[in-house]
Design a protein around this ligand. Structure first.
Ligand SMILES: [Fe+2]
Ligand SMILES: [Fe+2]
Length: 213
């Protein structure tokens, strides 16, 4: 029996690549969680932190300016690692809580530790298993080099992104690839990203202006 020959195809068959829809799914996943987690920070964490913080509300290290921006980037960086962003939110929210002024204050990380312990015990007991990591991240955020875990990595990267924009970009100061990308580009690019990825509720509380970083 002679096998029937298949007709030759005139055009090459192209199979649709799954990449674009997969990329879109990832983008939506990232955006939704970023939005949702930042709202959680504003509704549940910020009012508590405000009660314990000695840092300024506004200004270079302000709660509603710098800390809000660090929390937003911390969530972004944690999601880029596919990690739970909420422990990172707490570390970022606490990192400058014990600042006494807007100038050089090298001991503020260490001073925050008893406050963090109290805040976690009184308001966020379900995050006590992360207490050690959060405290380590905050204590060493000014001088730490090798991040011991993703909580330190995301807080340090989120805080150092501004230093990078203000001074110069040095990739070895960063752990996450997302932070390296963000820090190597202009702050205005990230400001636009923030505006696109914040809820209406968040936009009422945090004013996203060109100097918010
Ligand atoms: Fe700090
Ligand atoms: Fe900071």
């Amino acid at each position: 029996m002679v096998a029937r020959q298949l007709p030759k195809l005139k055009t090459r068959v192209r199979f649709p690549s799954p990449a674009p829809s997969f990329k879109l799914d990832c983008m939506f996943w990232h955006r939704n969680l970023l939005l949702e987690t930042f709202d959680w920070y504003l509704r549940e964490v910020l009012p508590v932190v405000e009660r314990y913080a000695t840092q300024e509300k506004y200004g270079y290290h302000g709660l509603y300016t710098h800390t809000a921006a660090v929390v937003f980037r911390g969530i972004d960086y944690a999601l880029s690692l596919k990690q739970d962003p909420k422990p990172v939110v707490l570390a970022c929210a606490f990192h400058d809580i014990a600042r006494l002024n807007d100038g050089p204050d090298m001991e503020h990380g260490k001073r925050a530790l008893p406050i963090i312990e109290r805040v976690l015990q009184n308001h966020f007991p379900s995050y006590l298993p992360f207490a050690q990591s959060i405290k380590e991240a905050v204590e060493n955020h000014t001088g730490g080099h090798t991040a011991p875990d993703y909580i330190s990595a995301c807080l340090w990267d989120a805080d150092r992104t501004r230093l990078s924009w203000d001074r110069y970009f040095r990739p070895y100061f960063f752990t996450t690839e997302r932070a390296k990308t963000v820090a190597s580009k202009s702050p205005s690019k990230y400001i636009k990203f923030m505006k696109r990825n914040m809820s209406k509720y968040a936009a009422k509380i945090i004013t996203v202006i060109d100097t918010l970083y």
